[in-house]
Ligand binder design. Sequence first.
Ligand SMILES: N[C@@H](CCC[C@H](N)C(=O)O)C(=O)O
Length: 310
Amino acid sequence: MTESSSAVLRSLTGLAFSKGHGTGNDFVLVADPNGEHQINSAAVSVLCDRHQGIGGDGLIRAVRSEHLPEGRELLEAVPEAEWFMDYRNGDGSVSEMCGNGVRVFVHFLLDQGLADLAEGKSLSIGTRAGVKVITRSEDGYAVDMGPWEFIYPDQAAAKATDSVVNAAGLEVPRPALSISMGNPHTVVALAELAELAATGLYEAPEVEPKPVNGTNVEFVVPAEPLVHNGAGHITMRVHERGVGETQSCGTGACAAAVAIRYWAGAGAPDDWRINVPGGTVNVRFFVADDGREHVELSGPATLVARGVIA
Ligand SMILES: N[C@@H](CCC[C@H](N)C(=O)O)C(=O)O
């Protein structure tokens, strides 16, 4: 351990944390109701280090929205969004949204006695991508992720792809489609599972044009046939901005379903199962009360440990 990382850990002595995951996308979770802990990006990367820290794809701080400027702004429109998910990637960078993270966040709030979520009720959680509404579901928790958007709408409409991606193991760059789920995604379809397995994600894929704020990149293989039992089926691997390859990405699963459904055209289903290395998440498209098409993400949330920084 370097001197600076041990100094960072010393400065956090006594901090209580939990460790949790959603389909293998794992997080260090800290309850900071009154916004008293400034966990800077150096501290996040030390805590998320798998060898010299606790280990995690990201760190999630649970803070009351009133204690953050971006939370106070959300409260003006949605006063019930008491809690804010302050999400950081494992390298310390900030991301707008984490789909697996928000389910684990709610599970953590319930475990800590900081919130209630009775059957048939919902919880509104503040995030940097707006307020997300969470309910209980058969597979764990369901999150209304809101509407999706093309990042380059003109190109997407004209050509159905808007960028190209290359990665280790792929012989030629592949066409891709860029989708925003509040955070950026670039989705690439591959023909078969063997090609997906041979794709090297130990370094960031190259994306052209290079997105200014970086991007998460999803490699997906549609099932053959694509639709069975009324749902579309996809297998996905992901390289996450600020992390590397992860076992799962909730916003990535939504972006993958958006892209494959768009490419499949009229008649494509509204229900999707996304198989990732860490399990399965479900994605559903529906028209919400605001008259817009929203994406719902559902899946499990698990807490595995509680501890204190020594
Ligand atoms: N794993 C997350 C996404 C986390 C943020 C992402 N790495 C980014 O920088 O946008 C998910 O489940 O959505």
